[in-house]
Design a binder for this molecule. Structure first.
Ligand SMILES: [Zn+2]
Length: 189
């Protein structure tokens, strides 16, 4: 199956709280595989099911650590510690990035596609990916993690772009000096 279209800011599915996966059947395995393809094609380093219009609690990621793509079903963050600021982007709010403070370390629990328990201690970048994707499963977008003033400004930027007819799908040029340096940590989630 071809890759999915990624749902963009304004799509109500991005505001829904997704439901637990009760049975990891062939459909869920196929969904994960199609989501991985969609994520690579975007390109991004993480993608949650609601971002492709499916209200199920799972996400895929590949942070470029050589371990390949991973799928986490019914993820839960059981512990969070510290604070870390990172410039975060989202495939559903393309072309925009904000510095967002979130916990530096998290412990993630969930299950993999074989139904085995997964328990991962993550810090910094990986911890950020987990928190961002988990937010998607709860219908929360990164804009809601901004302080009220920055959030107002962000919504204004988004609105201006949509009104200008540019939409949100046009990738924005990164500021000079950042071109050509895009690694996995530049990629949206
Ligand atoms: Zn996102």
């Amino acid at each position: 199956m071809p890759a999915y279209a990624i749902r963009i800011f304004g799509d109500p599915v991005l505001r829904q709280c997704a439901s637990e996966v009760t049975d990891i059947d062939g459909g869920v395995v196929r969904l994960a595989s199609d989501m991985i393809e969609t994520m690579y094609q975007a390109p991004g380093v993480g993608l949650a099911a609601p971002q492709v219009g499916i209200e199920k609690r799972l996400f895929v990621y590949d942070v470029g650590d050589g371990l390949g793509p991973k799928t986490i079903v019914n993820p839960v963050i059981t512990e969070a510690r510290g604070e870390w600021e990172f410039e975060e982007g989202c495939l559903s709010v393309p072309g925009l990035h904000w510095n967002i403070v979130r916990p530096r370390e998290v412990h993630l629990a969930g299950i993999d596609l074989d139904g085995n328990d997964v328990s991962i201690e993550a810090d910094e970048y990986l911890a950020r990916v987990f928190q961002h994707e988990l937010d998607h499963l709860d219908g929360v977008l990164l804009i809601e993690r901004l302080d009220p003033d920055t959030r107002k400004q962000a919504l204004r930027t988004i609105r201006t772009r949509v009104l200008a007819g540019a939409g949100l799908v046009t990738p924005v040029e990164r500021p000079a000096g950042q071109a050509g340096t895009s690694g996995p940590e530049d990629a949206p989630l």
